[in-house]
Structures are given as structure tokens and as C-alpha cells.
Ligand binder design. Structure first.
Ligand SMILES: CC(C)(COP(=O)(O)OP(=O)(O)OC[C@H]1O[C@@H](n2cnc3c(N)ncnc32)[C@H](O)[C@@H]1OP(=O)(O)O)[C@@H](O)C(=O)NCCC(=O)NCCS
Length: 362
């Protein structure tokens, strides 16, 4: 057996065939079309496999993103397409590959890793915990009572520059180039809806992404009132409910949609594991200082996490608690572990707003 190891450039086609066979057996497209930023020649050093006699037995890939937040930029490792050949499962192959991915992401200075899964206990063994907040809002009724004056389109033939222009107004999300956006627009099963006034793009919304997110608007941008008009158009033209996925810090949009008495559900962003405590904690402390909390301390020492104010420091070795303290959600049982002063600071400073728009999911 060989690996876990990164693939060679000439093995990329074999990896794509392995993943198509095991993860997308019924689709007409290939996995690299669905994840153009993961499965390309520039990312082969982040595509990890275990092989035997030149056959792939197990696979996991990393895609790094630089995420802009009010706390600063964070380098994040999104891990995906984790799969083992059905004839070689339960031998620890996936676990060893994921350990390799975590080590490699640490070496490449990522602040944390994230993945999307329903195998919670499998990933908990590796130190991942459910964290962050995802809101989903179901649009199942008309949002406008009078006709909109905007012009709506549902075509992918829109200049990526104009979408990027609206996208970059988000306070949280990955840093993207026009070229990346252009490749995202070519993902199979993607629908793009846009709202215009006098040839000016005012709002966009994206539904579907390859085999995932059908019926979900997983990317959107523009002003709140224009977005509401666009969602109304999508609902009316599809004649079936659609679900808008949103970070919880987009409070104006969420409030406006709640005013229409729509159902709003709260879930987790994903499973997260912290990789670089020094960088992550120091940016949180710096943010606390900028909010006037000069006494706040947050550091890792001798495998313990220490936080609080100088006179009243809390120590824990629970990686899980720290992940949820940083990214939320803040349950009462978590917050009540702290004295009232520290609890107040934690609630003022954290959670760190974190979000991955749908096109970046791997
Ligand atoms: C999920 C999946 C990737 C796991 O792959 P795997 O190589 O069998 O995983 P591992 O062998 O490392 O771990 C599987 C189980 O075997 C156990 N195990 C680990 N090392 C072991 C060993 N040496 N011998 C026996 N069992 C072992 C693990 O603890 C784990 O137990 P758990 O299910 O109770 O958590 C595989 O089942 C798969 O490809 N599923 C379909 C695709 C999928 O769902 N991917 C996940 C997307 S997030």
C-alpha cells in the first residue's frame, strides 16, 4: 500500500474517474466540472490518496480559501470528496488520509479546517465539531403585492465582473477572482437569476450546484429590497417553494424576510477544527481590543486553552467547547461555564462571523 500521499500530476485523471465512479455514478458530468477549484492541475499537491498496485483505494482533497471577516483574513482548509473504495472500508484508510490532510493544512498555515458531512461522530474523533450558524428561509408565498419595476433574467451569460462587484460587498466570504467566478458559472446544474435596472445589475441569486443544493439559493448579492424582488420573481416563475441559505450576520435581509412571515430555520455552518490557535486567538484578542475589551486574554498553553480576564482566567482542554465559543452557537450550558464578566465579554466579542458561500463548498 502506498500513502497517504499527494497525487502526481499524471494521476489526476485516475482520481477523477475514481470519484465519478464512487460519488457520482448517475451523473452525466464529471466531478472536476462540479469542483473546478479543487480538481485541477494547480491543486494536485492538495489531493491525497492511498493506493495499492496503482489502484486508488481512498481519497480526500483540500481546497484553501482566504476568508474575509470583520476580524481580518483567515486561511481556511475546506476538506471534501472523502471516500474509500467499498471493498476497503473500515480499515482506517479514511482516518489516516484525514490526519494527513490536517497535518498538510497545518504545514500550509491554515487557521482552521472545515467540512460538510452528516457523519458527525466519525469526524469528532478527529477533533472536528459542528459550529457556525446557517440560516435557511423558505419562500413559499408572494413577497410583493405590486409588480416590480426591475427587469429579471435567468441566464448564466452574465459578465462575471458585475457579479463579483456585488459579491465583494459581502462582509464575510472568500476572496475570489474574476477567473474563479467564471469557472463557477460553468458548474453543471447551476441556475443564475439576476435583477436589473437600466442595464445595471442590482441583485443576483444562484440555485443548485452539480449534485447538490437543488432548490436552494446558496449564493446571492445586492441590496435587500432588490433581493426580495428577485426572490419573489424566482418563487413566482418556479411555482414552488425555494430555500434561501444565509449567514446569520445578514440581519437586514433575515428581518425583512421574517416580516413576510416566512419559516426561518437555524442550523450549523459545518464541522470545524482549529489548526492554528496562535493566529486565530490573537486576531480575536485584537478584535476584542478594538471593541474596548483590553483585559481579554485568549491563548493556548501546554495543551490547555486559557481565556477570560487576568483576575479570572478559565482553563479548558475541550477543543469542542473552544470551536463553538469561537464560531458559535453559544448555548447557555457553554456560556454558563464562565463568570458573568467573562461571559459578557465573550458575548460582545464572539462568535467570529464566518461564512462559506455555496459555490465554495467542497
Ligand atoms: C465514510 C468513509 C469515507 C469512511 O472510509 P473508511 O476508509 O472506511 O474509514 P475508516 O476505516 O478510517 O473509518 C471507518 C470506521 O472504521 C474505524 N476504524 C478506523 N481504523 C480502523 C482499523 N484499523 N480497523 C478497523 N476499523 C477501523 C473507524 O473508527 C470508523 O469507525 P466509526 O464508523 O465508528 O467512526 C466511507 O465509508 C465512504 O467512502 N463512504 C461513502 C462516501 C461518504 O459518505 N463520504 C463521506 C463524505 S463527508
Amino acid at each position: 500500500m502506498d500513502g497517504p500521499r499527494a497525487i502526481q500530476m499524471n494521476e489526476l485523471d485516475q482520481v477523477i474517474s475514481f470519484l465519478n465512479e464512487n460519488l457520482r455514478p448517475d451523473q452525466s458530468w464529471t466531478i472536476d466540472q462540479e469542483y473546478p477549484e479543487v480538481f485541477n492541475s494547480k491543486n494536485t499537491h492538495n489531493i491525497q490518496v492511498v493506493t495499492d498496485n496503482e489502484n486508488i483505494l481512498s481519497h480526500a482533497a483540500i481546497k484553501f480559501f482566504l476568508i474575509k471577516t470583520p476580524f481580518g483574513l483567515f486561511k481556511t482548509a475546506a476538506i471534501g470528496s472523502v471516500v474509500t473504495d467499498p471493498n476497503h472500508r473500515n480499515k482506517g484508510l479514511s482516518q489516516s488520509l484525514l490526519e494527513k490532510c490536517i497535518a498538510s493544512a497545518k504545514e500550509q498555515q491554515a487557521d482552521f479546517a472545515i467540512l460538510w458531512t452528516d457523519l458527525f461522530n466519525f469526524y469528532r474523533k478527529l477533533g472536528f465539531e459542528l459550529a457556525g450558524t446557517e440560516m435557511s428561509i423558505i419562500v413559499d408565498k408572494n413577497l410583493l403585492t405590486t409588480p416590480s419595476k426591475l427587469k429579471f433574467m435567468d441566464t448564466l451569460k452574465i459578465a462575471p465582473e458585475s457579479i463579483l462587484n456585488l459579491y465583494s460587498k459581502h462582509t464575510v466570504g472568500s476572496i475570489r477572482t474574476v477567473q474563479e467566478l467564471n469557472r463557477y458559472l460553468k458548474i453543471p446544474n447551476t441556475k443564475l437569476y439576476t435583477a436589473w435596472d437600466n442595464n445595471q445589475l442590482l441583485a443576483y441569486a444562484v440555485e443548485g450546484k452539480g449534485a447538490d443544493l437543488n432548490g436552494y439559493i446558496h449564493e446571492w448579492g445586492g441590496g435587500v429590497s432588490h433581493l426580495v424582488e428577485l426572490f419573489d420573481y424566482i418563487y413566482k416563475s418556479q411555482k414552488k417553494p425555494i430555500t434561501i441559505i444565509s449567514p446569520d450576520n445578514c440581519s437586514n435581509l433575515i428581518r425583512t424576510l421574517k416580516d413576510h412571515h416566512l419559516t426561518v430555520n437555524t442550523g450549523y455552518l459545518g464541522m470545524i477544527k482549529i489548526l492554528n490557535t496562535k493566529n486565530l486567538f490573537s486576531k480575536i484578542v485584537r478584535h476584542a481590543r478594538s471593541l474596548g475589551e483590553n483585559k481579554f486574554i485568549f491563548l493556548e498553553q501546554d495543551n490547555e486553552y486559557i481565556l477570560g480576564v487576568k483576575s479570572n482566567l478559565f482553563k479548558t482542554n475541550s477543543e469542542q467547547d473552544v470551536i463553538q465559543l469561537i464560531f458559535g452557537p453559544h448555548s447557555d450550558s457553554l456560556l454558563n461555564k464562565f463568570d458573568p464578566e467573562t461571559k459578557k465579554i465573550i458575548q460582545k466579542v464572539l462568535p467570529l462571523p464566518m461564512w462559506f458561500w455555496g459555490w465554495d463548498s467542497v
